[in-house]
Design a protein around this ligand. Structure first.
Ligand code: ATP
Ligand code: MG
Length: 150
């Protein structure tokens, strides 16, 4: 089974500055004060996996996923999130031992997807993730609010 090695976030929601989160192979836990961005980390993960509904990531529209400047800063033009997946056991049909999947959303709301830095369609990303049995709408992903809705 693959695992997330690293998450890179830049300009996504509350993460203005380029931020890298390194994950362990097993259980990972994210702690912090209310409003510090814990749920935004989960939103960032599903964003890369190809979630189309901005509302599921708690934003009115895709452009609202871009850092809005907060209280003092200036708004950014685009948001970029990348997930680095391990491919040690060839879970993905690619030769690289680590797979970088990226999504960039522009202020127009349009998204660009990349696999190992090469531009790909959303469907190509979905197909690649499917090969490793990853589904952005899988019931193993429980976002903030899901339990309340349930
Ligand atoms: P809680 O413990 O209450 O669940 P949390 O750590 O999960 O908090 P998040 O929901 O991840 O917090 O983050 C909320 C913060 O993200 C808010 O301060 C909000 O203003 C900020 N935020 C959301 N979207 C944007 C955006 N587009 N630009 C800048 N900040 C944003
Ligand atoms: Mg939260």
């Amino acid at each position: 089974m693959t695992h997330v090695q690293k998450l890179f976030i830049k300009g996504f929601k509350s993460f203005a500055k380029p931020t890298e989160l390194v994950f362990g192979k097993n259980f990972n836990c994210c702690i912090g004060a209310n409003g510090s961005g814990k749920s935004n980390v989960c939103d960032a993960l599903t964003f890369v996996l190809g979630k189309t509904s901005a509302k599921s990531m708690r934003a009115e529209k895709s452009a609202n996923l871009i850092f809005n400047g907060g209280k003092k800063g200036s708004p950014m033009k685009e948001a970029e999130v990348s997930i680095y997946f391990s491919n040690e056991s060839n879970e993905f049909p690619l030769s690289e031992k680590s797979i970088k999947v990226s999504r960039i959303v522009k202020s127009s709301g349009n998204s660009v997807y990349k696999i190992n830095e090469k531009v790909r369609t959303r469907q190509q990303v979905i197909d690649l993730l499917n090969a490793a049995r990853i589904d952005p709408d899988g019931h193993n992903i429980v976002l903030q609010g899901d339990i309340v809705k349930f």
